[in-house]
Ligand binder design. Structure first.
Ligand SMILES: *[C@@H]1O[C@H](CO)[C@@H](O)[C@H](O)[C@H]1NC(C)=O
Ligand SMILES: *[C@@H]1O[C@H](CO)[C@@H](O)[C@H](O)[C@H]1NC(C)=O
Ligand SMILES: *[C@@H]1O[C@H](CO)[C@@H](O)[C@H](O)[C@H]1NC(C)=O
Ligand SMILES: *[C@@H]1O[C@H](CO)[C@@H](O)[C@H](O)[C@H]1NC(C)=O
Ligand SMILES: *[C@@H]1O[C@H](CO)[C@@H](O)[C@H](O)[C@H]1NC(C)=O
Ligand SMILES: *[C@@H]1O[C@H](CO)[C@@H](O)[C@H](O)[C@H]1NC(C)=O
Ligand SMILES: *[C@@H]1O[C@H](CO)[C@@H](O)[C@H](O)[C@H]1NC(C)=O
Ligand SMILES: *[C@@H]1O[C@H](CO)[C@@H](O)[C@H](O)[C@H]1NC(C)=O
Ligand SMILES: *[C@@H]1O[C@H](CO)[C@@H](O)[C@H](O)[C@H]1NC(C)=O
Ligand SMILES: *[C@@H]1O[C@H](CO)[C@@H](O)[C@H](O)[C@H]1NC(C)=O
Ligand SMILES: *[C@@H]1O[C@H](CO)[C@@H](O)[C@H](O)[C@H]1NC(C)=O
Length: 784
């Protein structure tokens, strides 16, 4: 009896749903629009379960797909995840004039939510949760299922090469820090964002590596989650499935904490329960705690702690990572033991990246070895082995099973560290009593220091501001003069270069020809790009736009481009004095000392502009003397910037496998670490040494100990014999020379975070800031 009743109830709600659906669900036609606060803020699916449209988030709105038919609306897809939340006066239009789905806001440029290559003729929010766009033949030309964000719905597939990425926080659906990647090798793997897809960074994997390409992750209505390859062989059952489906939707989601879970959501009550999760250990997701923190947990929650001597970067946010709670002094000056001590944190593990490992009898031996070594910032002691490492530490977790002990070097203000407060034991401790006189003079000294510093900062700031205002009228005129690079046809450039007659250079990106533009008679350099990624037409144009917007006296100007089928050419202003390599490495061209400093500053200014001052940050990736050109006045200008993105990574690396050197390429390239602006700082450091010494960074024509410039320079610096680095008869201000060498050594530090920013480099070059004593850059480190 009861069963029949329930059946009838079910039938009636089903019919009701159907009726309302027919009322509110026509196909969405062109020129339909939505507004966040107006009559229609979303397009519903036939059953009313899913909706596409505006979803309130914080003070604004995001555009996405959400479960509308339940008490708590739940986002399952987000458009333009990383754009700011939209305000209430925007509208979403299925625009007929350009046949795109766009977001319009008066006074702001349109934002394309979807711009398929074919013309849209209608759209539909399907009951599966898929929002689709049709062409005039009724064929699907775009669907939200192809662009998953953090959720997988039943019948949606995560195809090869696709990823789900977690949200930043529970209230902010922009890109977070974890991903679930369906790899081309058939493996489904979880990694932190921004790491290379290699096993050492993964924290979960389906173990289906090598089971054929074309693997997809599939979810059925009943919560059955599995991997299938192109010949329809099920290769891995992730969940069993068989969960209820009546008035329940089962979906899979990668959560903010990096764990992916299968949820059952009740459609009439809105409550949800977790059916399955990729791990029960909330500390598993690597990088949950940020740098220098480690994850620890009790039965219910996971939270982060800082290693000893460190505090959270952002006190309110324990995932922000940790930084030293004292100012790290250089340990080069005498009496290391007085300035540093070691604190230990037992039972913790990190990503081991030690530059030196050796046997140590006790923890204390290991700690002392670290104390005696300026390069050592933290050491690991485990089972009689000691490893010395640099900061930062990544992927830290507390482990109850691992006997690993972290020994962290921390600074000592005479007596300010209280032994009782320290976790673990202390191999080498400082005096306990506080010496008031030292403390007071210390404090007054630092106050004085801060005062001087602030005055200096204000002074520098003022000066810069003044300089900007003085210059700006001219800059304004210049911007109006040349707005964007000109598009040329291939024929025009063929004619301009006299059929690519005069070759003036050849580089990683292609061959450069000299030419004369027909109308203006301007002499130009035409670069014919080879080996550009075939697919990248749009990408090419994007990059051209980015490069075209750069205007700086130390960058080579892009005057035009040509995009003709697969042919891609760039037109630059012509530099008659060749490259920096021609200037530095030919004895008859050697610039004098003052000119060298000027050249170094020019290059630094150019890179600084790319990193911090232009509209879109550009990492050059290939700073070397061959890419720095000299104009009529021997003013250095950087070329080839912005091209790195257009090529495969391997092609941008001009890695010369010479023993003990990496050429101009920063070590992180080889360690598969994310490459940041600091990679350019490294390359700049090598170039700076070459400028100072007017020789190549590797030169086997000299004696063995001088062959590798970076090593020889450091040796000379340490031995106090920097005069050896410049030719004997040259008149050089030794104080300036020492500054230059110190700057270069800072730039070529192995550890990217130790390298200064280009802004800092420039200040140091200009002599405005003090340069601390640099640590040894590459000690003990062998390139991998
Ligand atoms: C909103 O709905 C009301 C009543 O249903 C209708 O009168 C009004 O024209 C609608 N406004 C728009 C902009 O569609
Ligand atoms: C959107 O709003 C949420 C909630 O207020 C906020 O956390 C998030 O930072 C906002 N996102 C952007 C990109 O402004
Ligand atoms: C839209 O709203 C934003 C923020 O509420 C406001 O800054 C902007 O001026 C508004 N635009 C128009 C055209 O009303
Ligand atoms: C919506 O449009 C598509 C493509 O034009 C068509 O295949 C489908 O049957 C239409 N659905 C309805 C309910 O009209
Ligand atoms: C799919 O997996 C099966 C079983 O491992 C294997 O025999 C088959 O070759 C795979 N198909 C493809 C296309 O790789
Ligand atoms: C992958 O699948 C697509 C569509 O099913 C098919 O066209 C393609 O040939 C497959 N590739 C491989 C390597 O199996
Ligand atoms: C997955 O489960 C199905 C039944 O649900 C079973 O037939 C199949 O053998 C399982 N496959 C694997 C790889 O475990
Ligand atoms: C929702 O709550 C009810 C009653 O507490 C429970 O029986 C049901 O299993 C829950 N449903 C889900 C999907 O969690
Ligand atoms: C787990 O740790 C959190 C945070 O320190 C604390 O609030 C909670 O009470 C602890 N729970 C248990 C069961 O110890
Ligand atoms: C730094 O942290 C350590 C412990 O982590 C603490 O003992 C020390 O007092 C802190 N120093 C400062 C200056 O806050
Ligand atoms: C620390 O104190 C000891 C004795 O109290 C003194 O000899 C030493 O010079 C002090 N070190 C520093 C760096 O102030």
């Amino acid at each position: 009896m009861a069963a029949v009743l329930i059946f009838f109830l079910f039938l009636s709600t089903f019919c009701l749903a159907k009726i309302s659906a027919q009322q509110n669900h026509p196909n969405i036609s062109l020129d339909s629009s939505l507004t966040p606060t107006g009559n229609s803020s979303a397009w519903l699916s036939r059953s009313g379960l899913f909706a596409f449209g505006f979803y309130k988030q914080g003070n604004g709105y995001v555009v996405g797909i959400f479960l509308a038919g339940i008490p708590q609306r739940t986002l399952v897809w987000i458009a333009k995840r990383d754009s700011p939340n939209f305000s209430s006066n925007v509208s979403l239009v299925l625009s007929s004039d350009r046949a795109r789905l766009v977001l319009q806001q008066t006074g702001s440029p349109e934002v394309a939510i979807a711009s398929p290559s074919e013309r849209i003729s209608s759209a539909s929010m399907l009951d599966s949760g898929n929002f689709v766009l049709y062409n005039s033949d009724g064929r699907i030309i775009w669907q939200s299922f192809d662009y998953p964000t953090n959720t997988l719905l039943p019948s949606q597939r995560l195809g090869t090469g696709k990823e789900l990425i977690s949200s930043a926080s529970e209230t902010d659906d922009s890109t977070g820090i974890f991903r679930l990647s369906m790899q081309t090798d058939g493996n489904l793997v979880q990694y932190p964002i921004g790491t290379a897809p290699v096993a050492s960074y993964s924290y979960w994997s389906s173990g289906t590596y090598g089971s054929g390409s074309n693997m997809t992750l599939n979810l059925e209505d009943d919560g059955y989650l599995y991997l299938i390859n192109s010949s329809i062989n099920i290769l891995r059952n992730i969940t069993e499935g068989g969960y209820p489906t009546h008035k329940i939707i089962n979906l899979m989601k990668i959560d903010v904490d990096g764990i992916f879970r299968l949820y059952s959501i009740s459609l009439d009550r809105g409550n949800q329960s977790i059916r399955w999760e990729s791990t029960k250990n909330k500390c598993d997701p690597k990088g949950l705690c940020g740098l220098n923190g480690f994850c620890t947990r009790n039965d219910t929650v996971a939270y982060c702690k800082c290693i000893p001597g460190f505090d959270f970067v952002d006190q309110g946010n324990w995932r922000s990572g940790c930084e030293r709670n004292f100012t790290a002094e250089s340990c080069k000056t005498k009496g290391i033991g007085d300035k540093f001590t070691i604190m230990s944190e037992p039972g913790t593990v990190w990503e081991i990246e030690s530059y030196k490992e050796f046997d140590a009898a006790t923890e204390e031996d290991c700690a002392n070895a670290c104390l005696q070594d300026c390069n050592c910032e933290v050491a690991f002691f485990k089972d009689g082995r000691c490893g010395k490492q640099k900061l930062p530490l990544r992927f830290g977790i507390r482990s109850t099973t691992d006997s690993n002990i972290a020994l962290v070097k921390v600074g000592v203000l005479n007596g300010s560290i209280n032994e009782d407060k320290m976790p673990g034991n202390l191999p080498k401790s400082s005096k306990k009593e506080v010496r008031m006189d030292v403390l007071i003079s210390g404090i007054s000294l630092s106050i004085f220091g801060i005062l001087i510093l602030s005055i200096a900062v204000i002074f520098v700031y003022r000066n810069r501001k003044w300089a900007y205002t003085k210059l700006s009228p001219n800059i304004g005129v210049k911007f109006i003069e040349d707005v964007a690079p000109t598009a040329f046809t291939f024929a025009e450039l063929e004619q301009a270069t006299n059929e690519f007659n005069e070759e003036v250079g050849r580089g990683a990106f292609g061959t450069v020809y000299k030419g004369i533009l027909p109308y203006s008679q301007k002499v130009v350099a035409v670069k014919r790009l080879e080996r550009v990624l075939a697919e990248g037409e749009k990408e090419f144009q994007n990059e051209i736009t980015v490069i075209g917007k750069t205007h700086h006296r130390n960058l080579v100007r892009l005057l035009g481009y040509c995009l003709d089928g697969i042919k891609r050419l760039l037109v630059y202003e012509y530099m008659c004095n060749g490259s920096l390599a021609d200037v530095l490495f030919k004895p008859e061209n050697h610039p004098c000392w003052d000119e060298r400093i000027r050249i170094a500053c020019d290059i630094a200014r150019g890179i600084l502009y790319l990193h911090e001052e232009c509209e879109t940050q550009i990492i050059h990736c290939d700073i070397k003397p061959q890419n720095i050109l000299m104009d009529d006045n021997r003013c250095a200008k950087i070329s080839d910037f912005g091209l790195a993105k257009l090529l495969n990574h391997d092609q941008t690396r001009t890695y010369t496998a010479v023993r003990g050197t990496r050429g101009y390429v920063a070590p992180e390239w080889h360690r598969k670490l994310p490459v940041t602006v600091k990679a350019d700082v490294y390359s700049f450091g090598i170039v700076l040494l070459e400028i100072i010494c007017c020789r190549k960074s590797v030169d086997w024509n000299t004696s063995e100990d001088q062959a590798i410039l970076e090593e020889w320079a450091y040796d000379c610096y340490e031995a106090g014999e920097i005069h050896k680095l410049v030719g004997g008869d040259e008149v050089v201000d030794l104080r300036k020379l020492e500054r230059m060498i110190k700057i270069a050594i800072w730039c070529i530090q192995d550890e990217p975070t130790l390298r200064p920013s280009m802004k800092k480099v420039l200040l140091m070059l200009e002599g405005t800031v003090e340069i601390p004593v640099p640590p040894c850059p590459t000690s003990f480190f062998s390139a991998v």
